[in-house]
Design a protein around this ligand. Structure first.
Ligand SMILES: Cc1ncc(COP(=O)(O)O)c(C=O)c1O
Length: 411
């Protein structure tokens, strides 16, 4: 459930009329509802019953520091995949002991930063990565905490690009290879094995894939018991799907209930890394119609602001900021960028003309974070709504921000 709703035909975020946000900060603009972020974080945190749980929000989904602070204050830790995300999490005041570092390509510098900051774990995805981490930690005369990411070979999720748990994907190592890495790790003086991890993909709408992966994790844990190898945690990643077009979704409590059943009697902590299911429905993008041309509403937001429709053919609902009783027609919402792939929504029934405001929904995950300056378009601002207040959490870029890092301007 989110906090975007109509009051007398006017769209609100919590107690703020979105029209007022557009008047103050212009369009396009990303708007986040603080109450929705908090509600979604609590939906996870409050669902752990028999297991000690930790929710590490996946920073890649929405990285703004004000958002991270909100989630940290709700009790979340963070799942990061780069030195930049570590920097952001620390700026947000994250407890390093609630930070896990995922990703297949960690650089030496990123390892040093993670070790220096005493993060909870490096989720290691290959033998070479393990060797490099061991070397880096030894050079620093430190011990690096490690969780091995296994690949359960399950096919889950709706889009080819966001499936990560099949044998053919670049993520994790097979169960057999995981056992070898675990043994290597327990023999190393500069590594400490702390966990087992996997992440099978994103926008997953069925429990089965999660359960298959968890059962494989359990088998591995039982084997490790026999070898007297004990772990602090099992990290089952993120991936829970959200409602973009009225789909039935799995609720966090159902997922956690199912994990707790599978891991019944275990003492390890259960870590989850949700991204989309916490932030997607907490964000909308406001955009204004520039022109109506045939069946196109040409708006001021584009694929540089929201890439998902062009990249994944993703559907986002579009709501008018002011509802009218005028007849709707079948139109496509497109941006000003010089690409036919530049669309936000295709063949939707809405009514609109020049100057009208629309809210593109469910953009709080993989929305602003994937935006770019393509066509030299300054990035949109991000705004937080908190009850009846709203404030900027990232300014709109201007033309000077577009060229700020370029050299030779004075030649
Ligand atoms: C390792 C890892 N954990 C967590 C996530 C978050 O996934 P989601 O946003 O689907 O919950 C991702 C996303 O790709 C990921 O790669």
């Amino acid at each position: 459930m989110d906090h975007f709703h109509y009051k007398e035909d006017e769209l609100y975020a919590e107690d703020v009329a979105l029209k007022n946000v557009a008047d103050k900060y212009g369009t396009p603009a990303f708007i986040y509802s603080k109450a929705t972020l908090e509600r979604h974080a609590q939906a996870y945190i409050n669902s752990f019953k028999s297991m000690d749980g930790l929710v590490c929000f996946s920073v890649k989904a929405l990285s703004n520091i004000a958002v991270l602070k909100t989630l940290k204050n709700s009790g979340c830790g963070f799942d990061i995949v780069s030195g930049g995300e570590l920097h952001r999490a620390l700026l947000a005041g994250a407890d390093p002991k609630k930070i896990i570092f995922s990703g297949v390509g960690k650089s030496k510098g990123e390892m040093v930063a993670g070790i220096e900051n005493n993060i909870l774990s490096f989720n290691v995805e290959s033998e070479h990565e393990l060797s490099r981490l061991s070397m880096v930690a030894a050079e620093m005369k430190k011990i690096a905490p490690v969780a091995i990411r296994f690949n359960p070979n399950v096919d889950a999720g709706v889009h080819e690009f966001t499936k990560t748990g099949r044998k053919s994907d670049k993520f994790g190592v097979s169960i057999e290879a995981a056992k070898d890495l675990i043994k290597k790790c327990s023999k190393s003086a500069s590594l400490k094995l702390v966990g087992l991890t996997c992440h099978i993909g994103s926008q997953i709408m069925e429990l089965k894939g999660f359960e298959d992966a968890a059962k494989q994790a359990l088998e591995l844990l039982i084997e490790l018991d026999r070898l007297n190898i004990n772990l602090d945690f099992i990290d089952m990643g993120g991936g829970l799907g959200v409602n973009y077009v009225g789909e039935e979704t799995i609720q966090p409590f159902e997922l956690i209930e199912s994990y707790e059943k599978i891991f019944a009697g275990r003492n390890e902590r259960l870590i989850l890394e949700p991204g989309r299911s916490i932030s997607a429905n907490a964000g909308i993008m406001l955009t204004r119609v520039e022109y109506k041309k045939n069946d196109f509403l040409i708006v001021d937001a584009a694929m540089n602001d929201l890439l998902r429709p062009a990249l994944y053919q993703a559907h986002h609902d579009v709501w008018p900021v002011r509802k009218t009783n005028n007849a709707t027609s079948n139109v496509s919402l497109v941006g000003p960028i010089c690409e036919t792939g530049d669309f936000l929504a295709k063949n939707i029934n809405i009514e609109g003309s020049e100057g009208d405001l629309f809210a593109v929904r469910t953009v709080g995950a993989y929305g602003f974070v994937m935006s770019s300056n393509y066509n030299s378009r300054p990035r949109a601002p991000e705004i937080m709504v908190d009850n009846d207040k709203f404030y900027l959490i990232r300014k709109r870029e201007d033309y000077s921000s577009l060229t700020a890092l370029e050299e030779g301007l004075d030649d």
